[in-house]
Design a protein around this ligand. Structure first.
Ligand SMILES: Nc1ncnc2c1ncn2[C@@H]1O[C@H](COP(=O)(O)OP(=O)(O)OP(=O)(O)O)[C@@H](O)[C@H]1O
Ligand SMILES: [Mg+2]
Length: 282
């Protein structure tokens, strides 16, 4: 490569970095929602946390970091939207419930059934674009919903933010279900966060017990208490436990966060406590 080309490339890199810093400097806190295992309720927790924070008056964005299974548009009831860019190329996020700014790979693919086949470097550049080129504006919280595991997506998001001087490192919430196999995997997420020096907000135990709607008897489908035990063992905070409630599935399928439901269902009370515990950390 000629010297001139190299200089050009370096200049471009520096410009992109400056742009990323400018964008991130307007975002106070990033919360990465992670898990070792799939299907434990990360997207549900991410969406309901974002909604709860928005209801508390915070300005909130959600970055759907699940490239292969982007669920956030569905969970927040903003599917089938198109992304717009302004004259400077900044992408405008989609608005959910008039308050939450949302971005997802789901908005970039034509057909929902088409699988996204991207390798690590391409995923990294999409995450970089989501953080750098999306017009998030001033945010109190950017909630990042991630795929299970400790792969490219969480690593990219964590590194992109951590590499920028003067920006608060991302924080992490690990969602787990109470049974042993799930816990074994969630330990890896905790270790991942430690290795990357992310601030661990704590563990959420989801699908923790079930109250039979017919006889009101508590049934511990996946056991209970494992998340709390893991938190103690790993020396990280425990944020709270969410019971199983079929209404959660119903609400999620309809694109309505369950925290918007009136009433004092156990899941609502449990989630409120978790949100309070999260807010206390900042
Ligand atoms: N507390 C709960 N009670 C009942 N159903 C729940 C609860 N939490 C989550 N679910 C349901 O479990 C399913 C999986 O949840 P979700 O999509 O949030 O998991 P995930 O960890 O994001 O999955 P993935 O690893 O595929 O991204 C959804 O159908 C959701 O509605
Ligand atoms: Mg998910």
């Amino acid at each position: 490569m000629s010297e001139e080309n190299m200089n050009d490339q370096e200049q471009k890199k520096a410009m992109m970095k400056a742009k990323l810093k400018k964008n991130l400097s307007k975002i106070k806190h990033t919360i990465m929602v992670m898990s070792g295992k799939g299907g434990v309720g990360k997207s549900t927790v991410a969406a309901n946390l974002a909604m709860s924070l928005a209801k508390e008056g915070y300005s909130v964005g959600v970055l759907d970091g699940d490239i292969h299974g982007p669920n956030i548009p569905k969970v927040l009831g903003v599917e089938n939207q198109k992304l717009m860019a302004d004259e400077n190329g900044a992408i405008s996020p989609v608005k959910a419930f008039d308050t939450i700014k949302v971005i997802s790979v789901g908005y970039l693919i034509e057909n929902q059934d088409t699988p996204v086949i991207w390798r690590g470097p391409l995923k990294h550049s999409v995450m970089a674009q989501f953080l750098r080129d999306v017009n998030w504006g001033e945010l109190d919280f950017l909630v990042v919903d991630l795929p299970p595991g400790t792969g490219d997506e969480p690593l990219s998001v964590a590194q992109l933010i951590k590499d920028v001087d003067g920006i608060e490192a991302p924080t992490a919430i690990v969602v787990t279900t109470p049974q042993d196999v799930a816990l074994l995997d969630s330990r890896k997420s905790v270790e991942f966060a430690k290795a990357l020096q992310l601030e661990m907000l704590g563990i959420v135990e989801n699908m923790s017990g079930f109250v039979c709607p017919h006889c009101a008897k508590a049934i511990d489908l996946f056991k209970v208490g494992g998340g709390k035990k893991a938190a103690e063992e790993l020396n990280v905070p425990f944020l709270g436990a969410i019971p199983i409630d079929p209404q959660v599935v119903e609400d999620t399928d309809q694109g309505k966060p369950f925290v918007n439901r009136d009433g004092n269902a156990d899941v609502n009370i449990a989630f409120k406590r978790i949100v309070e515990n999260v807010i206390k950390k900042f």
